[in-house]
Ligand binder design. Structure first.
Ligand code: V4E
Length: 289
C-alpha cells in the first residue's frame, strides 16, 4: 500500500506468566532491544492535539498519525484513545467503540508533507530532510524516555513487552494491515491473543506517553484530554521497584485542572514566561535504557 501499513493494537499489562504463556502458544522471541524516543511538537502543541506524534528513535525519524490515503481527505474522525472527544468541557471519556489505528511514516518526504499539512504551511526547499523541517517549523522536544523491549511473533501478530525508564511497564499486541477494511478482523485477532494471554482488557491500559505526560507534563496532558486525543486514564499504580519517585501527583502541587482553568492561551503566556515548550517547561531527562 503506497501510504504504509495501518497498525491495529491493544495494550495490556503483562503478568509474571505472560512470557511463559506466549511460549506455550508457540510465539517466538523475535528480539530484545533498548531505544530512546524523543518526541517533538510546536510550542502550542498543534501536532499532538491533532494526534500526530513525531519522534526520533535511535537516529530515525518516525511520525505516528491517523491513517490518511495519499492525496485523499482524512478518513472519518477516529475516536480518541478511549474517548469520544468533545469540547473543552467534555466529560470523562467513554470506552472506544472501535480501536484507534495509526500509520507510521518513516520517509522524510512523507513526514514533512504530513507535518506541513497539519500545520498549514508550505514545505520549504530546505526541508527535504526532517531536521530541517523540525528547525524551520519551530518544533521542540517535549518528551524523552528510554524503553527496554522484548518482542515476540505469533503468526502475523507481534507482542511487545516494554519497560520504560520512568517506571512504567506496558505491553501490546499488534497487527499490521494494508487497508481500513481489514481493521475489524485484525482487531479481533489482536483481542483474541490478548485474551489467550489471560488479559481480558476489562481495564483500559494507558500507553507510555499517556503516563509520561500525566507524570511529567501535566498541562500538556490536560490539553490532550481536552482535545480528545488522550482518554484520561487514572494514573496506573506504582510498579515494583521501578517507581518514578519524585514526580507523583501528590508532590506536583496544585491540580493541573485548576491551573488550566484559564485555557490554553493563558497557559501559553505562562509557559513563554518560563521559556518551556507547550506548558510544562523542559522535559525531564531519564537515564539511557
Ligand atoms: C499514537 C500515540 C503515541 C505515539 C506512541 O505510540 P505508542 O504505540 O504508545 O508507543 P510505542 O513506543 O509502543 O510505539 P511503537 O514502537 O509500537 O511504534 S502517544 C499517544 N498516542 C495516541 C494513542 C491512542 N490514541 N491510542 C492508543 C491505544 N495508543 C496511543
Amino acid at each position: 500500500m503506497p501510504w504504509g501499513s495501518i497498525e491495529v493494537e491493544a495494550k495490556f499489562t503483562a503478568g509474571p506468566d505472560t512470557e511463559a504463556r506466549l511460549a506455550a502458544l508457540g510465539a517466538a522471541l523475535a528480539g530484545s532491544s533498548s531505544f530512546r524516543d524523543l518526541y517533538y511538537d510546536t510550542p502550542d502543541l498543534r501536532l499532538t492535539r491533532a494526534d500526530h506524534w513525531l519522534r526520533l528513535r535511535q537516529g530515525g525519524w518516525e511520525l505516528k498519525c491517523p491513517p490518511v490515503p495519499p492525496g485523499g481527505a482524512a478518513l472519518a474522525p477516529q475516536p480518541p484513545a478511549g474517548g469520544t472527544g468533545g469540547g473543552p468541557e467534555a466529560a470523562a471519556p467513554a470506552p472506544p467503540a472501535v480501536a484507534p489505528t495509526y500509520q507510521e511514516l518513516t520517509s522524510p518526504r512523507a513526514i514533512v508533507g504530513r507535518l506541513c499539512g497539519v500545520l498549514g504551511v508550505a514545505p520549504a526547499p530546505a526541508w527535504d530532510q526532517v531536521p530541517g523541517a523540525v528547525a524551520g517549523l519551530g518544533l521542540q522536544e517535549f518528551a524523552s524516555f528510554g524503553t527496554r523491549r522484548r518482542s515476540y511473533r505469533l503468526g502475523g501478530l507481534r507482542v511487545d513487552l516494554d519497560q520504560a525508564d520512568f517506571g512504567y511497564a506496558v505491553a501490546e499486541v499488534e497487527a499490521l494491515v494494508g487497508a481500513q477494511e481489514e481493521v475489524p478482523a485484525a482487531l479481533e485477532e489482536v483481542l483474541q491473543l490478548r485474551r489467550a494471554l489471560g488479559r481480558d482488557g476489562a481495564t483500559r491500559v494507558p500507553g507510555k506517553m499517556s503516563v509520561y505526560l500525566q507524570r511529567h507534563r501535566p498541562r500538556h496532558y490536560q490539553a490532550l484530554l481536552r482535545a480528545g486525543v488522550l482518554a484520561g486514564d487514572p494514573e496506573p499504580p506504582p510498579q515494583g521497584d521501578d517507581v518514578a519517585g519524585p514526580e507523583t501527583l501528590e508532590k506536583r502541587g496544585p491540580s493541573p485542572v485548576m491551573e488550566l482553568a484559564g485555557g490554553l492561551e493563558s497557559e501559553m503566556g505562562h509557559s513563554s514566561a518560563r521559556g518551556g515548550l507547550g506548558t510544562d517547561g523542559p522535559p525531564p531527562q531519564h537515564s539511557a535504557p
